[in-house]
Design a protein around this ligand. Structure first.
Ligand code: ZN
Length: 488
């Protein structure tokens, strides 16, 4: 549903906006391409076809949002897929197959220097990306729709430990969940019974407080379509001794995972009986419960700080700069200013730390390429890399702080800094996220990218451009770095 509405929106926008590029003449403008606020650099730039259709390199876009792209040289077919959707394109042909249904593109997919380019409008519609054109900077902004979990109210999301998203998977073109849940019901003993096809093996359950809940995840499982489309993914449990209702949702897409949340009315344990295409879940006396997933907060005992033999080198990377100003704030200021101002404050504080040598990849308002930033960190033998950014959302409603990493060896660092930063901005905690971004992917040391807040949101902007708040954020980033390095 979302995609159809999005498609209409995109069509309207393209009709009103893209003739603007055409008027400038076919050779005048090479549009810059941004995804989630990051400029995407490809060997072949986005370009205009027939003076009015923008085509963009598809591999860099789709891989950055978790799709896999396969190229068959013999048949000249490009297959783009994740666990849910599959798009097949034929080079020099304007008709595409989206989940087996034909969809017509404005112009055919083309190959230049080994890079496949396809029409921007099709990219937006089929990959669920919002498309915006900024006339002033001649930039195309693609923004991934934020996926809200339908069964989980927004405020609760950050409390529940996140599963690491895995972007590499099966490689086969079709949905590849190990199991598919076909029904959710309550039996006459008050147990929840899930029927499924294939194999379903639940993770250990865990408990959450305020309000009391039990969460049970089924990794590598999805829902049959009739369940997925059901408007209300909850079963109420009237007169149940331990729970008022159970909610269920598709918690992750790629690979898929199902999550069940029991809203408790009394402290409870959980027992699972699994086999023969059926998972039966009984809430019990807490003393009779299955083993729980250990509380992540209990895992790491406080370590004694360690004085290192030599200082750690930490690269602070102020995003964008010079001819690339990044996102525009609703107050008229640009993201590149924010990034630099905050980076300089982090540097100022780190300069006072005896065991850290901070280096700035962009100490002033000038353009540095993404590979240039990576090379700077590598050449200086950096131990850590922190890229500082501000976020943007075309609707202007999104708010909050998020932290990105790409390689698994960066996750703990991302968590250490995010925890401090999110508390310091005081904005909504949007969590730590795994995504393929150039600087966090191509570097070899633990590397993270901070999206401090949304420049498109007036109340976020008030925080982001406030000097005092910037010092608070800088202190938080320093605290996260020191905590991760276990420094005194
Ligand atoms: Zn940015």
């Amino acid at each position: 549903m979302k995609k159809l509405m999005l498609a209409l929106l995109v069509v309207t926008m393209l009709l009103s906006l893209f003739p603007g590029i055409g008027l400038a003449g076919p050779s005048a403008v090479v549009p810059k391409l941004y995804l989630n606020g990051e400029q995407l650099k490809s060997e072949v730039e986005p370009q205009m076809i027939k003076g009015m259709y923008t085509v963009v390199p598809i591999r860099i876009v789709s891989e950055s949002i978790g799709y896999e792209v396969e190229w068959n040289q013999a048949s000249k077919l490009v297959t783009i897929h994740n666990g849910n959707d599959e798009i097949i394109l034929q080079i020099d042909d304007s008709s595409a197959l989206v989940n087996q249904s034909p969809v017509q593109m404005d112009v055919p997919a083309i190959v230049q220097n080994g890079v496949t380019l396809i029409p921007l409008r099709f990219v937006g519609e089929q990959l669920g990306l919002k498309v915006e054109w900024d006339q002033q900077t001649k930039s195309v902004y693609l923004t991934q729709e934020v996926q809200d979990n339908p069964a989980e109210p927004e405020e609760e999301q950050t409390e529940e430990p996140d599963k690491p998203e895995q972007t590499e998977d099966s490689g086969s073109g079709t949905s590849s969940a190990g199991g598919t849940v076909t029904s959710v019901a309550v039996d006459d003993e008050g147990a929840i019974v899930l029927a499924y096809r294939g194999e379903v093996e639940p993770d250990k359950p865990f408990k959450l407080d305020n309000p009391q809940r039990i969460v049970l995840d089924l990794p590598d499982a999805d829902f049959a379509p009739e369940l997925l489309d059901a408007p209300d993914k909850a079963l109420s449990l009237p007169d149940h001794p331990y729970a008022g209702q159970v909610r269920y949702s598709l918690f992750a897409n790629d690979p898929p995972a199902v999550r069940l949340v029991f809203d408790l009315t009394a402290d409870a344990g959980i027992k699972l009986e699994n086999g023969d295409g059926q998972l039966r879940i009984v809430l019990t006396d807490p003393a009779q419960s299955e083993a729980w997933e250990p509380d992540p907060d209990d895992k790491e005992p406080e370590q004694q700080p360690v004085v290192p033999d030599k200082p750690y080198t930490v690269v602070i990377d102020a995003g964008h700069g010079g001819e690339d100003p990044g996102a525009k704030g609703v107050n008229g200021n640009w993201e590149s200013e924010l990034n630099l101002s905050l980076s300089l404050k982090v540097k100022e504080l780190l300069d006072q730390e005896p065991y850290i040598t901070p280096l700035l990849s962009r100490p002033e308002d000038k353009y540095v390429t993404l590979p240039g930033r990576v090379a700077f960190a590598e050449q200086n033998g950096a131990d850590l890399f922190v890229s500082i950014h501000g976020n943007s959302d075309p609707k202007g409603t999104a708010t909050g702080t998020e932290t990105y990493y790409t390689r698994d060896d960066s996750r703990a660092f991302a968590e250490a800094v995010h925890k401090e930063l999110a508390a310091a901005t005081g904005l909504k905690d949007r969590g730590v996220r795994k995504q393929s971004l150039h600087v966090t992917r191509e570097t070899t040391m633990p590397a993270i990218l901070l999206e401090t807040g949304f420049l498109s949101n007036p109340s976020d902007v008030e925080v982001l451009f406030d000097e005092e708040a910037q010092y608070r954020m800088a202190e938080a980033i320093v605290a996260g770095i020191k905590h991760y390095l276990n420094l005194p």
